[in-house]
Design a binder for this molecule. Structure first.
Ligand code: PHE
Length: 340
């Protein structure tokens, strides 16, 4: 039978040589195991000893136990640290490491402006109505009094798939579609959407752009109703200090027809470089719906009349944010987009 201090030295030597945590576990069982552990075995003959010898053996065994436990704990910590250090070197990706924060996107400025327009007009009782971007010649032109060979068709020169099918040049065809779908006035709709024209890209024009059309069909509507509605919309979007005006114009689908202007936000109507010293910026056309257009939509012009407008959404966004080049909206330059 070995004595406690010799056994302790033997255990510490074994612990010092251990390479893995599993080995340490085996050593722990061998020396400190409750049953059959070598340290416990030291106590086997203790019953035969006298009280003094009993006490000193007990003390020596406890010391041996504590010394071995401490050595095991120290070695375990060392092995664990080196295992983690190895892992950091051999594992290329630490899946527990927090990733870089994702940049949060936000809604495009044109979508923001479109939604603001929708919100204002919905509060007046208008409903959003959508139409196809690939349109028939009849809806895009014919039904709007732009008969074949009409010289005004040149203003809405579009991209044709064939003689019957084209990319719509304005949102006005949705006037007809809405009248056909709803059938019974009163009709109060707005129709936002993409339009296409054969224009070369420049600061104020693109071959693709968006419009928001409005159509009201009811009894006894006047130019005053239309102007009031549009004034309310403009002041809701740009502030109470904006003024509006209508100028006589011509569209085959409205009679009378107007161009619709808003005072320049930069100079407040005094005239400056960005409004070309006019004090006013044009946002689109409007007018009282032509009786033939009502008829083409299936509505009796003897009973009903209406007004309509078609404004460019990019124009409206330019007015709101003082943007001077329409191309910026589509260039996906984050330095531009993140401003809104
Ligand atoms: N559709 C016309 C355009 O694109 C605008 C407009 C709409 C004018 C409705 C009058 C009434 O230029």
């Amino acid at each position: 039978m070995s004595d406690p201090s010799a056994l302790t030295s033997e255990a510490l030597a074994a612990i010092g040589k251990a390479q893995t945590e599993q080995e340490l576990e085996r050593i722990e069982v061998e020396y400190l195991g409750r049953k059959g552990g070598r340290v416990s075995k030291l106590l086997e003959g203790i019953g035969k000893l006298g009280p003094e010898q009993k006490a000193s053996l007990g003390k020596a065994v406890n010391e041996a136990k504590r010394a071995i436990e401490a050595a095991l704990a120290a070695m375990r910590a060392e092995l664990e640290a080196s295992r983690l250090a190895d892992l950091a070197e051999t594992e290329a990706i630490d899946i527990t490491f927090p990733g870089p924060p994702l940049g949060r996107g936000h809604i495009h400025v044109l979508t923001q402006v479109r939604r603001q327009i929708e919100t204002v007009l919905e509060s007046l009782g208008y409903q959003v109505e959508l139409g196809p971007e690939v349109e028939t010649e009849w809806y895009n032109f014919e039904a709007l009094n732009l008969t074949v060979g009409h010289p005004a068709r040149e203003n809405w020169d579009s991209f044709y798939f064939n003689s019957q099918l084209l990319l719509r040049a304005h949102t006005s065809p949705v006037q007809i579609r809405a009248m056909q779908r709803i059938k019974e006035p009163p009709i109060y709709i707005i129709t936002p959407g993409r339009c296409y024209r054969r224009d070369a890209p420049e600061a104020t024009r693109l071959p693709y752009f968006s419009q928001v059309e409005g159509l009201a069909v009811d009894k006894g509507l006047t130019v005053g109703d239309m102007k009031g509605t549009l004034l309310y919309m403009i002041q809701s979007l740009y502030g109470r200090d904006r003024k509006v005006r209508v100028r006589p114009s011509y569209f085959p689908f409205t009679e009378p027809s107007f161009e619709f202007d808003v005072t320049c936000g930069i100079c407040g109507g005094m005239g400056c470089k960005s409004c070309r010293h006019k004090g006013w910026l044009e946002v689109g056309g409007c007018g009282m719906v032509h009786p033939q257009v009502l008829r083409n939509g299936g509505i009796d012009p003897a009973q009903w009349n209406g007004y309509a407008w078609g404004f460019g959404i990019e124009r409206m966004a330019m007015l709101k944010h003082d943007v001077d080049d329409i191309r910026l909206f589509y260039e996906s330059d984050l330095r531009f987009l993140e401003q809104f």
